[in-house]
Design a binder for this molecule. Structure first.
Ligand SMILES: *[C@@H]1O[C@H](CO)[C@@H](O)[C@H](O)[C@H]1NC(C)=O
Ligand SMILES: *[C@@H]1O[C@H](CO)[C@@H](O)[C@H](O)[C@H]1NC(C)=O
Ligand SMILES: *[C@@H]1O[C@H](CO)[C@@H](O)[C@H](O)[C@H]1NC(C)=O
Ligand SMILES: *[C@@H]1O[C@H](CO)[C@@H](O)[C@H](O)[C@H]1NC(C)=O
Ligand SMILES: *[C@@H]1O[C@H](CO)[C@@H](O)[C@H](O)[C@H]1NC(C)=O
Ligand SMILES: [Zn+2]
Length: 345
């Protein structure tokens, strides 16, 4: 145990801090999306990124987490999440007007970069960034704690995992997916993506994938992203803190908690990849849906025409403005780079 954790600690210090799904989650989402991208989408993405390698989307999946920690990219740090000011575990919901502050959030960012990625008035370099942000943010928005204000998205809830001190946010990002898959190398992501693609195509999720595309409307990216955020945020009440903060604070979560969390993590990664492919296809071809086979599970084609469905904001009558402002002050003070240095160890 000791040599392994020393290794892990020094390795973590050497790479940019991942602030959402760690490397494993983001590259897996990208690889799933590559599988379901249409031919035109593949051409569009490979051309814009100038990368025709086998991992062309996976290669840029964590760029946004490195960029946010540069002086130039600092402004983009708040765009990786939306802090829902709901009251888990009793009430989970996301409200754009209530929860997306002036500096922006993952929902407004997805809307903005969806417009910019194909906008002829936007420079090539900025179009490229827009695409890299879309690939990353579609992943982030599927991590339930990226759609939650409570305790800075779980960052200030101390827990242990496998006897290592960490926080609740971090185990959802990294510890739990890595325990399931066994590592975070590209080969681990490839292995995991194949499993999840099979589940999508002809397994556990096959009867649900068309519902995953509901509410998608390229003319209203904000509403579309609100569907994804709301869907993800619901897991905060059901699975992330079903017994409130006291149910997890200071606890070892590798046992029963992990067992109930892992099916949600698998499904959210699968959904994120599938929705990312459908969203990129929508951007490039104007039609939602997925196609293409890569791993030999058979051609799978889903088309959802029309399907314009606006999400009605859940109006919480008594927004607690003071509580929201306090949460924002804590979030802003928390800093732009996933919290104080060394906090996670
Ligand atoms: C695209 O990539 C190739 C090598 O992979 C490089 O030689 C070329 O300069 C790149 N083009 C642009 C526009 O960046
Ligand atoms: C859209 O993105 C650009 C480039 O990152 C940024 O300068 C601009 O402020 C954003 N606009 C909105 C409305 O988020
Ligand atoms: C969580 O851990 C940090 C650092 O180890 C500590 O400063 C903080 O007081 C702890 N929070 C709680 C609620 O115990
Ligand atoms: C899908 O799964 C079923 C049973 O799990 C199997 O019989 C069938 O051959 C599979 N179809 C494909 C195309 O893989
Ligand atoms: C899909 O099938 C599983 C059981 O195989 C079931 O539990 C689930 O409710 C089904 N989902 C839908 C959307 O029909
Ligand atoms: Zn992120």
């Amino acid at each position: 145990m000791a040599p392994k954790s020393i290794f892990a600690t020094s390795l973590l210090a050497a790479i940019p801090q991942a602030c959402a799904w760690g490397t494993l989650g983001h590259t897996t989402v990208a690889l799933i999306a590559q599988n379901f991208a249409s031919k035109d989408t593949i051409t569009f993405v490979q051309n814009l990124l100038n990368d025709s390698s086998a991992t062309y989307m996976a290669n840029v999946a964590t760029w946004a987490d490195s960029y946010r920690s540069t002086a130039e990219g600092k402004f983009s740090a708040p765009l990786h999440y939306i802090d829902a000011n709901d009251s888990p575990p009793e009430i989970c919901n996301v409200d754009f007007d209530r929860d997306c502050p002036e500096e922006g959030c993952v929902v407004s960012a997805i809307a903005n970069y969806t417009t910019r990625v194909k906008d002829a008035k936007v420079s090539n370099v900025e179009q490229q960034k827009a695409l890299k942000w879309i690939i990353h943010f579609l992943g982030d928005i599927h991590q339930p704690l990226h759609d939650e204000a409570l305790e800075v998205g779980g960052n200030t809830i101390n827990v242990t995992f496998s006897n290592t001190k960490t926080n609740l946010h971090h185990i959802w990002d990294s510890n739990m997916p890595e325990k399931l898959v066994g590592g975070y190398a590209i080969s681990d992501a490839e292995k995991w993506s194949k499993t999840l693609i099979a589940d999508i195509t002809n397994g556990t999720y096959a009867n649900e994938t068309s519902s995953w595309l509901e509410g998608m409307n390229i003319e209203d990216a904000q509403s579309s992203a609100m569907v994804w955020a709301t869907d993800s945020n619901a897991f905060v009440c059901s699975t992330v803190v079903p017994d409130g903060v006291d149910g997890v604070e200071g606890k070892e979560l590798e046992g029963a908690y992990y067992d109930t969390a892992i099916p949600v993590i698998e499904m959210q990664i699968a959904k994120a990849g599938y929705r990312l492919a459908a969203w990129l296809n929508y951007i490039v071809t104007g039609e939602a849906g997925v196609g293409k086979e890569t791993y030999g599970y058979g051609v799978h084609y889903v088309n959802r025409h029309g399907g314009v469905r606006h999400v009605r904001s859940v109006k919480v009558a008594d927004w607690d403005v003071e509580k929201i402002e306090a949460a924002r002050r804590v979030r802003r003070a928390w800093g732009w780079n996933c919290g104080p240095e060394g906090h996670e160890h």
